[in-house]
Design a protein. Structure first.
Length: 147
């Protein structure tokens, strides 16, 4: 079974998930955006939160992977203002997930269900797993064990 984790990470929580899934046989692809958030933390929360609130799609690097080669696709996004991050909005706009076996892994400060969880369940009928800051809470990664 071929499995891939496609994700965006601003501050390393997505990378922690990626490293964990690589150990259980997932390929991993990190999204690169040409529109980084400001380096200042407060400004980055304001700008990223605003982008997420309007479902903004960042300009991202060309996505050249043929998803038909994969039996299982996991998409990872940080939660920004209760919604998906803007690089992942862009990814979802570019790929076709129709009849694909897809699960979303969302990492956030609260680890609770959010607006993105509702949207993804409704739009893709997908399983959604919410993790609370997996970089500093490694036990959260147990939630990924059945993937
Ligand atoms: C712009 C921005 C908005 C955020 N909004 C939320 C939020 O609404 N709820 C929440 O629980 N965490 C929020 N966070 C925290 C991140 O979702 C959390 O730190 C996540 O694990 C970051 O993942 P990363 O390190 O892979 O980028 C926000 C962080 C940023 C930068």
């Amino acid at each position: 079974m071929k499995k891939i984790f496609i994700y965006y990470s601003l501050s390393g929580n997505g990378d922690t998930v990626s490293n964990y899934l690589k150990r259980v046989g997932f390929n991993s692809y990190s999204i690169f955006t040409y529109e980084p958030l400001p380096k200042n933390k407060i400004l980055s929360i304001i700008v990223g939160g605003f982008k997420a609130s309007i479902n903004y799609k960042d300009k991202i690097e060309e996505f050249g992977i043929d998803l038909n080669k994969y039996d299982k696709i996991i998409i990872g996004s940080p939660i920004w203002n209760s919604k998906l991050s803007s690089p992942i909005n862009s990814l979802l706009d570019k790929i076709d997930l129709t009849s694909k076996n897809v699960t979303f892994v969302l990492y956030s400060g609260s680890g609770k269900e959010n607006k993105a969880t509702e949207l993804l369940k409704r739009k893709y009928n997908a399983e959604v797993i919410n993790l609370k800051e997996p970089k500093s809470n490694n036990d959260e990664l147990i939630k990924l064990d059945n993937l």
